[in-house]
Design a protein around this ligand. Structure first.
Ligand code: AGP
Length: 609
């Protein structure tokens, strides 16, 4: 889950590489490096954040107009300068940066040692550089042949950018399962793991597919298939604007993206509600297909999985179709028994999460229809799914997802309402009421941000030194408490658990003692009293109780603090209650002085298993 970038053109490469890497740091930030080609290839690496590398080269006059760069999230070999990328083959012939994991690298090391190669790092990537060099020297058929032979020989995931000593002014790239886009403008050609790295320079990009390679020259890009034959690619325009990848005056990307939710939720609703009707035509799903689904499987990871848990309640209620929600890393190896008349929905912000991609392929191998609910256009899952529903959150930079999560909820609501309607499980009156309530959500989220942020900030300031926290709720409130809990622990490093409120007394309530923070979400009318009595149980054992509840609902008898959200349809409360839960995670984290955008040990897109 690293970030790679490259430039070949008329401008000084060093500035473009460092700027690109700064936009990719959310993908990994334990070490970084660049290789610049002037007459010769010079490599500079540093442990730690990108600022350490910048410091190291600030007095160097690097004129080269061709170079590659990397920011790392360590998988093989600890974060260190030696293990940082770029890696160079034994005699300096091949210089390479890599995002992904080479699974059979141990076996390849033995092969290299049989041919007198010596390795200086613990990384699988250095092995890759030397294997390419091995084939380059053995067959003397040039870069594309060496790269293609390597792609056939290695197992795993990779996006690589390579510079060959004997091919000045050329950068070679190849990919399998790890993301890469290639850009072009009048100043040259660009490559990157993700859009924000090159958006400042060009919106014109090529999408390179799995097991394809390309040569980036100063004025053009040539693509090759695995046979080494040239293939044509269409230049596509990206719709995102540069500012989306900047902080725009906010202190952190996370709080900026939390505040972008009214806008992106509105955009996503407007793309799915046309003339007061749900329109899923962009997905390519026909009414007949939607009617035909007898079982729904939602497969995802992390927060996207939590969207799935919320969607299960709504989909089953409105469509009466059974829904199973699966953690992708378990689903892919569990040999799931899938109903051929089912629909597998894969939810992913990045569209590159390895486990979710593999789950999609598992479903396709079993001949089951697949729908991707995806935020990044042209990402692997988007390209491989039978149908795609794009969320319009724009680029999400903060590692902790917020706005993408909220747009994924909207996508699931729209799917549930439309499927319930075409299956005649909901009548026109309910259909119209649901749509009327749905289109009100953006202004209601705006209202919460305007009127609650200060209150939440005040409440959160009490908890910067806590060690544990619990989030509880029932039904959809339990589903959203899962996300609330993750939003706190992933950025604040405070241990937190989400629990179905009724489950506490079967064990975990023994952890509740004086001052234990318990955040209760209580929006679901039918089970409201039940949730309140569970909160009374923890309160009576000394818990400090914060309750998130609809306006006008009295929870004073149990709550030490109350956070109110506007009244909406029972199915849509996750879109409102998640906002104060995101803010709690944010404010507790910054009160601890932590880097909320780049939490330790995490990366935005998990492209390895
Ligand atoms: C959430 O804040 C995390 N970044 C993480 O749990 C994330 O949701 C998960 O890795 C899935 O990512 P995806 O949506 O890009 O597939």
């Amino acid at each position: 889950m690293c970030g790679i970038v490259g430039y070949n053109g008329s401008k000084k490469a060093v500035d473009i590489l460092l700027d690109g890497l700064s936009k990719l740091e959310y993908r990994g930030y334990d070490s970084a490096g660049i290789a610049i080609r002037d007459n010769d290839i010079e490599v500079f690496k540093a442990k730690g954040k990108l600022s350490n590398l910048k410091e190291k080269i600030e007095n160097k006059d690097l004129k080269g107009t061709c170079g590659i760069g990397h920011t790392r999230w360590a998988t093989h070999g600890e974060p260190s300068e030696v293990n940082a990328h770029p890696h160079v083959s034994n005699d300096g012939n091949v210089t390479l940066v890599h995002n992904g994991i080479i699974e059979n690298y141990q076996e390849l090391i033995l092969k290299l040692e049989r041919h007198d190669y010596k390795l200086y790092s613990e990384t699988d990537t250095e092995v890759l550089a030397n294997i390419i060099d091995y084939y380059y020297k053995k067959y003397k058929m040039g870069p594309i042949d060496a790269i293609n032979r390597t792609m056939v020989r290695v197992r795993g995931s990779y996006a690589i950018a390579v510079m060959f000593k004997e091919y000045p002014d050329e950068i070679w790239v190849a990919r399998k399962d790890s993301p890469m886009i290639i850009g072009k403008n009048e100043d040259g050609t660009y490559l990157a793991s993700d859009v924000p790295a090159i958006l400042k320079y060009t919106k014109n990009v090529y999408y390179i597919d799995n097991l394809e390679a390309a040569c980036l020259k100063k004025d053009k890009v040539i693509f090759y298939d695995l046979n080494g034959d040239e293939i044509q690619k269409e230049l596509k325009e990206i719709k995102w604007d540069v500012s989306a990848a900047e902080k725009e005056g906010y202190e952190h990307f996370m709080i900026k993206e939390i505040n972008e939710q009214p806008d992106v939720v509105k955009k996503t609703i407007n793309s799915l509600v046309i003339d007061n009707k749900i329109d899923l035509s962009k997905t390519g799903l026909t009414v007949e297909e939607i009617k035909s689904f007898k079982q729904i499987y939602i497969v995802a990871c992390g927060s996207a999985y939590h969207v799935g848990v919320c969607a299960q309640y709504i989909l089953e209620d409105l469509t009466r179709v059974p829904v199973r929600v699966e953690i992708a890393s378990e689903f892919r190896y569990r040999k799931p028994i899938l109903d051929k008349k089912g629909l597998v929905i894969v939810i992913s912000q990045s569209g590159e999460t390895a486990d979710s991609l593999a789950a999609l392929r598992e479903a396709k191998n079993q001949g089951v229809k697949t729908l991707g609910i995806i935020n990044v256009v042209g990402s692997s899952i988007a390209r491989e799914a039978d149908h795609v529903l794009y969320t319009l959150a724009g680029p999400e930079i903060a590692v902790a997802t917020t706005k993408a999560f909220s747009t994924q909820l909207i996508a699931c609501y729209a799917l549930a309402i439309e499927m319930g309607h075409v299956k005649r499980k909901i009548n026109n009156k309910l259909y119209n009421n649901l749509i009327n309530d749905l289109v009100k959500l953006p202004e209601q989220i705006e209202y919460i941000l305007k009127n609650n942020t200060k209150n939440v900030q005040k409440i959160s300031s009490k908890f910067s030194s806590i060690k544990d926290a619990f989030y509880i709720g029932r039904g959809l409130d339990y589903a959203i408490s899962l996300e609330g809990s993750l939003k706190l622990k992933e950025v604040s490093y405070i241990h937190s658990e989400a629990y179905a409120a009724g489950e506490l007394k079967h064990g975990t309530i023994s952890l509740i003692e004086d001052g234990t923070l318990v955040i209760g979400i209580a929006t679901q009318e039918e089970i409201f009293e039940k949730t309140i009595s569970n909160l009374v149980e923890v309160k009576s054992r000394g818990a400090y109780v914060v309750v998130v509840a609809p306006e006008g609902v009295d929870v004073s008898k149990v709550a030490n603090n109350t956070i109110n959200v506007p009244i909406t349809n029972k199915y849509f409360y996750p879109s409102l209650t998640v906002v104060p839960l995101q803010l709690i995670g944010y404010y507790i984290t910054i009160s601890k002085g932590l880097d909320v955008d780049k939490p330790r040990n995490l990366a935005k897109s998990v492209t390895v298993e």
